[in-house]
Design a protein around this ligand. Structure first.
Ligand code: SF4
Length: 344
C-alpha cells in the first residue's frame, strides 16, 4: 500500500475543502481499502466521512424515504420503514456480500464500488479503466462476469452492486454536495456506460460528496416485487445476472405499471422503458413476460465466455416477474433468512 495522509472530520464544509485539495472520501472502506492494498488505486490523501451528519434513515415529506449516505447497508436493509415499503431494496442489499461487509459498507460507498473485472484488479495486465489507454485484457480473455449490453471496444466491465439494481428500479435520486453547491442526480443518470472513457464509472464530479439517496413513494409496488440474483455460489458471490422486478397490479388483475432492471450485465443497471411498457395494460402472463425480456435484451452480445448470460438473463427476467406476481420478494439463501430471523 502506498503512503497516504488521513483526515477525519464531522464538518461537511471541512470535508469538502479537503476534497477540493485532492483527498478521496472514505466511509466503510470495504472496496477502496482493498483496491489500495492491491495498488489498483493510490490516493495520496483520505478524508474519513463517517463523522458527517449523513447517517440517518428518515421519512421524507412526500411519503418517500431519505437514506443517509453514511448509513450502513445492513442498517438500511433492516430498517422498519425500508422493510415495510421497499422490500425490493431489503432483498437486494441482503443478496450482496456477507453480513460482516454489509455491517461496514455505507450506502454512498455501495454506489461508488468499482467493477470486479479480474483484470482491473491485476496490475500486471492492461486495463483501460485502471490505466486509460493501456488496453482491455478482458476482450479475448476470461469474460464469465462481463457485459452483454452497453459494452464498448474500450471496456466490457459490469457494475457489481445489487443495491444499485433495486435503486434504479425504485427511481431513486442521488443528492450530492460540493463546495460550490448541491445537486440531485436521477439514479439512471448516476452510473454511465464505458464508451471511450471507462475510467469514469459515474457522473459524480471531482470534489462532490454523496449526502443522501431519495426513495420516491412506491407503495403501489410493495406487494409485487422481486429481486432475483443468480450466481456461482449461494452466498458471498457477485451476480452473473440479477433482476429487480416491480409490478403495480390493479384490482382487475391487469398490470398498471412495470419496472424491470437487470444487474451484472452492463456497466450500469440496465433499464429499457419500452420493455416495461409492453406489460402495462395486460395480464401478467408468461407470453407478455417473454416479450418484455426480449425487448430488454435487444442488442445483447456475448463476449465469448459469457454467451450463456443472454439465455440466463431472459429466463431470469421471466422468473423474476412470475415471483413478483406471487409477492415473493427475493431468492436469498437460508443463511440470510436465518440472519434476518436473528435480527427480529
Ligand atoms: Fe479493464 Fe474494463 Fe477491460 Fe476489465 S473490461 S480489463 S475493467 S477495461
Amino acid at each position: 500500500m502506498n503512503p497516504f495522509s488521513y483526515f477525519s472530520t464531522g464538518d461537511p464544509v471541512e470535508a469538502l475543502a479537503h476534497a477540493d485539495a485532492g483527498a478521496r472520501f472514505v466511509a466503510g472502506g470495504t472496496n477502496l481499502i482493498d483496491l489500495m492494498k492491491e495498488f489498483v488505486m493510490r490516493p495520496q490523501a483520505l478524508t474519513d466521512v463517517n463523522g458527517l451528519p449523513f447517517a440517518d434513515i428518515s421519512a421524507a415529506d412526500n411519503g418517500g424515504l431519505l437514506l443517509g449516505a453514511t448509513a450502513r447497508n445492513a442498517a438500511t436493509a433492516y430498517h422498519p420503514l425500508v422493510r415495510e415499503a421497499y422490500p425490493l431494496l431489503t432483498a437486494a442489499i441482503l443478496a450482496g456480500a456477507s453480513p460482516q461487509i454489509r455491517n461496514m459498507a455505507s450506502n454512498g460507498g455501495n454506489l461508488l464500488q468499482r467493477t470486479r473485472c479480474y483484470y482491473f484488479y491485476d496490475i500486471g495486465t492492461p486495463c483501460n479503466k485502471r490505466e486509460p489507454g493501456s488496453g482491455c485484457s478482458a476482450i479475448g480473455g476470461l469474460t464469465r462476469q462481463h457485459a452483454i449490453l452497453g459494452a464498448s471496444p474500450h471496456c466490457i466491465a459490469t457494475h457489481p452492486s445489487d443495491m444499485c439494481v433495486a435503486l434504479a428500479a425504485l427511481e431513486a435520486v442521488v443528492q450530492v454536495r460540493s463546495s460550490s453547491g448541491e445537486r440531485r442526480i436521477a439514479f439512471t443518470d448516476f452510473h454511465r456506460l464505458p464508451e471511450d472513457r471507462p475510467e469514469f464509472d459515474s457522473t459524480l464530479m471531482p470534489g462532490e460528496l454523496i449526502t443522501h439517496i431519495e426513495l420516491p413513494p412506491a407503495a403501489q409496488f410493495a406487494a409485487h416485487s422481486c429481486y432475483l440474483k443468480l450466481r456461482d455460489r449461494a452466498s458471498y458471490a457477485f451476480a452473473l445476472v440479477s433482476v429487480a422486478a416491480m409490478l403495480d397490479i390493479g384490482d382487475d388483475g391487469m398490470v398498471r405499471e412495470a419496472r424491470i432492471v437487470l444487474g451484472s450485465v452492463a456497466h450500469k443497471p440496465w433499464r429499457v422503458p419500452q420493455a416495461e411498457a409492453l406489460l402495462a395494460g395486460h395480464a401478467p402472463d408468461a407470453a407478455r413476460f417473454t416479450m418484455a425480456a426480449d425487448a430488454l435484451l435487444e442488442g445483447a452480445q456475448g463476449q465469448g465466455g459469457n454467451e450463456f448470460k443472454i439465455t440466463l438473463a431472459r429466463r431470469a427476467i421471466v422468473g423474476a416477474l412470475h415471483r413478483a406476481v406471487q409477492g415473493t420478494h427475493d431468492n436469498t439463501s437460508s443463511e440470510e433468512e436465518n440472519e434476518r430471523d436473528r435480527s427480529d
